[in-house]
Design a protein around this ligand. Structure first.
Ligand code: NAP
Length: 490
């Protein structure tokens, strides 16, 4: 179930929000402690349009109620008398509640700083209060703490709500059915979020397919840090929606990859996208990898097959395909000369990919030693960064981060060095129209932006995980829409 948070400052606004909640959610949590005018519980609950959880949280449990404890308990008793479906009360105050009538009592425990080690004994003491439902909401400092929350919810014998707060707890909110949680809380608008990491109802439903997916959905995700700006959830969830798969793709803010991969068996993970800064560590941690990926030295995709982690690199073929799309009809990559700018992770995939297609690659990188090493490993030549404009090339491929938001005025190649007829590819995709792409177009080059590569690597990931053809057009459209929506990239 989705429970929409109603945390309005006025009774009129709260009633309007309840009406909205009734349309988009299964029930609403009415936060009395957010009201900035005198409390009138009857005015809020009479003729309510949907079932409610009434909560009046004190400051000691992260709420905003400023009145006396007896006034607070009275407001909850009044909600019970008015037939509220649920009342949420903190474990240390539940003894003060009188007759429960037909209302189900949620006894809650919050820790806004950490996820305690002894979650099971906390759950047992909540059970001992005679609760109808127990709720445990803790702050997630390391993503593996979600797995402990998942385990505590299993086998308690009464309905349980578990929530991992903060950006690392987002998976617990999206996967609440898998976590055995009675419900997940969501805001009606981004501004209305009442806890860190809380999503909106529309994000849960439209982006993450909350209603579409069953509790046994396969889980996929992007392992990154930071992860909040990733457009991968938009692309992959659009593909799962289009193909009707019972699967969901979530953001995974991971600090240490090893412990995460060791613990992830608790949930039904089918695979991962891996990105900055974990691609190289992933190569060491997977059980199996193909030879080409081993040579590139970075894994950007993991499939979980029979409990084994199988790694591959889809950036390599994606970059080659993107660059090939800039050629004239009938033209071949083999025999072309390419100038590759950069020697980082993306450059490694491009260097091996292009050399494999018979392209003569010259690498220029700010740190000369890295260019030298990659050139040596991949079979390319190299020049100093300052000499890049003098390289005679049919293809210029940027794999540096120059031109990426927010430093959009920067370019890795002087405009004077661009010639009509060249293919210019920029791996940067935020923004799509980098200064390099704009100046190359102006010079009459054939241009390919980073979105082509990004979509191609995602398409290959989908196919690696599922063995099915990916809906590439849907994925490209979702990527474009997500990039458009994130135009400010703040
Ligand atoms: P990375 O491993 O950190 O490499 C960064 C590269 O940029 C290095 O070669 C670095 O040179 C160079 N660089 C950084 N600042 C520079 C500066 N001020 N002047 C000159 N060179 C500079 O990162 P990555 O994973 O390869 O990613 C690089 C870019 O490609 C990013 O914009 C990323 O978003 C994009 N990318 C796109 C896709 C896609 O699908 N479109 C996929 C992967 C990556 P040094 O060696 O001297 O530090």
């Amino acid at each position: 179930m989705i429970c929409a948070i109603v945390s309005a400052p006025t009774i009129a606004q709260a009633r309007a929000d309840l009406a909205t909640a009734a349309k988009v959610a299964d029930l609403a949590e009415l936060r009395l402690d957010y009201l900035e005018e005198p409390l009138d519980v009857a005015a809020l609950l009479t003729d309510r349009p949907c079932p409610v959880i009434v909560t009046n949280r004190p400051a000691r449990q992260g709420g905003s109620f400023a009145g006396s404890e007896s006034d607070r308990i009275s407001s909850l008793m009044e909600a019970i008398a008015l037939g509220a479906e649920y009342v949420d009360i903190e474990y240390d105050a539940v003894g003060r509640l009188g007759d429960r009538l037909g209302t189900r009592i949620i006894v809650s425990y919050h820790d806004f700083e950490r996820t305690p080690k002894d979650l099971r004994s906390i759950a047992q003491s909540l059970l001992g209060t005679g609760a109808d439902v127990i709720k445990i909401a803790t702050y997630i400092n390391d993503i593996t703490e979600n797995f402990r929350l998942r385990q505590v919810a299993a086998g308690l014998g009464i309905p349980t709500i578990v929530i991992g707060m903060g950006s690392k707890g987002v998976m617990s909110r999206i996967l609440s059915k898998k976590f055995g949680s009675l419900l997940t809380y969501a805001a009606l608008t981004r501004k209305g979020a009442s806890a860190p990491g809380q999503l909106t109802v529309s994000e849960l439903d439209q982006l993450y397919g909350f209603r579409r997916n069953a509790a046994d959905a396969k889980v996929f995700g992007v392992i990154a840090n930071p992860v909040a700006h990733s457009i991968s959830p938009h692309i992959h969830n659009a593909a799962f929606r289009k193909t009707g798969m019972n699967a969901v793709y979530v953001p995974l803010e991971v600090d240490a990859l090893g412990p995460f991969l060791e613990g992830c068996g608790v949930l039904d993970f089918g695979g991962f996208s891996v990105t900055i800064p974990h691609k190289e560590a992933a190569l060491r941690l997977v059980d199996e990898v193909d030879d080409a990926t081993g040579r590139i030295g970075a894994v950007n995709t993991i499939a979980v097959r029979g409990g084994r982690l199988v790694g591959t690199n889809t950036d390599c073929t994606a970059a080659v395909e993107a660059i090939r799309s800039g050629l004239l009809p009938g033209e071949e990559l083999a025999g072309k000369r390419a100038l590759l700018l950069g020697a980082g992770g993306a450059a490694r995939a491009m260097a091996f990919g292009l050399v494999g297609e018979g392209v003569k690659v010259t690498i220029a990188n700010r740190t000369f030693e890295r260019a030298e090493r990659l050139a040596d490993e991949a079979g390319c030549s190299h020049v100093k960064w300052e000499e890049r404009a003098g390289v005679n090339a049919d293809i210029i491929a940027n794999s540096t981060s120059l031109g990426m938001h927010p430093a959009v005025d920067v370019t890795p190649m002087p405009a004077s060095a661009l010639r009509g007829g060249q293919v210019v590819f920029d791996a940067v995709y935020n923004p799509r129209e980098t200064r390099l792409i704009a100046e190359a177009r102006e010079a009459g080059c054939s241009v390919v932006d980073g979105l082509e590569m990004f979509v191609a690597q995602a398409v290959a990931q989908f196919e690696f995980w599922t063995g099915q053809a990916a809906p590439a057009k849907v994925m490209r459209d979702a990527a474009k829409a997500a990039l458009g929506a994130k135009e400010d990239w703040e």
